[in-house]
Write a protein that binds this ligand. Sequence first.
Ligand code: PLP
Length: 380
Amino acid sequence: MKMNEPYEICWHRDKTLFTPGPLTTSLSVKQAMLRDAGSWHYEFHVVVNSIRDRLLAIAGVDRHTDGYEVVLLQGSGTFGVESVFASCVPMSGKVLVISNGAYGERMSAMLKLMRIDHDVLRTPENEPPTVEEVENRLQADPGITHVAVVHCETTTGILNPIHEIGEVVQRNGRQYIVDAMSSFGALPIHFQRGGIDFLISSPNKCLEGVPGFTYVILRRALLEANRGHQRSLSLDLLHQMEYFDQKNQFRYTPPTHTLLAFHQALLEFEAEGGLAGREGRYRRNHAVLMEEMERIGFRPYLESKYQSPIITAFYFPGDSRFEFQKFYRLLSDQGMIIYPGKLTETECFRIGNIGRIFEHDIRQLVQAIKRALDQMGVSL
Ligand SMILES: Cc1ncc(COP(=O)(O)O)c(C=O)c1O
């Protein structure tokens, strides 16, 4: 099949996704969607409430003792990030965005469009910020009310030190927003120690569900304190939360099938041993990927001390016969999908090792990569 040819969606066998999401999911997660659920029906509300309780349990926070709540919202992860800015930053607020990749830049783009005062602390794409840099910015500008950062910047796979930054943010009395889209469920996140006030994530990343909604785990009192400052109707987290309080449901049509799938995905997460089990499998996948890719001559973009066990950017081979589009097609023809790079200046491609994939899938991918390079006549 050529790239832009029309096609019927009737694949004999799904390709394995080595991407940062949507991901390869289990058959049972996909099967959970073969149901019709009434969004106003009490049996469906049980599913929604169970998802909310389970997410708080994964976060390790409690409604009653810690004052956290989880709000589900229709849309992809970007909608979740935008909903936090639209619901939690007062009219007089100012956000400091810490950016070292495309998702940090996307935050800044949202703030610009919403006409929210903001500043950006940029570091190179292969370097996390230091706590001193953050503290200096906060002390120099008392107008900053919120700090926003991406945990695993999926552009490169770099991990930003969210807990250390959070301690500085907390000490300086500001509110803290963390985009943990590609890390929640796979890496430990300490809400209290890290002073996290708002954390955004998505079902189609490390919790291995399918796309269709996003969720924000937040300090309820802070959301309530911003009443009257919401900047959007559909992205209003406060009214969404109150609707869940009163009616156990979404304000507008929920993605019912996605929620059924996510409930199943959460049961499978728990059966795998929760966070420890999921993190263990992803770390093994990643260790095999690094070892095998380096053995055949690929170089990772990041220094290992900054690299997450989630997604890895590799430099293109130096050989001029290497063409990414051709490489991609040769891998796809072998049933495997990788991800293009997203760096501003460096030529890289990315490989994700999350989703329902295991060490043997990673080994098969590396074999397929070797065959693709041979077919292209590329040497490393
Ligand atoms: C860190 C991060 N933030 C935000 C997003 C945006 O999520 P979505 O594409 O679901 O809108 C992504 C997507 O991969 C991401 O990795």
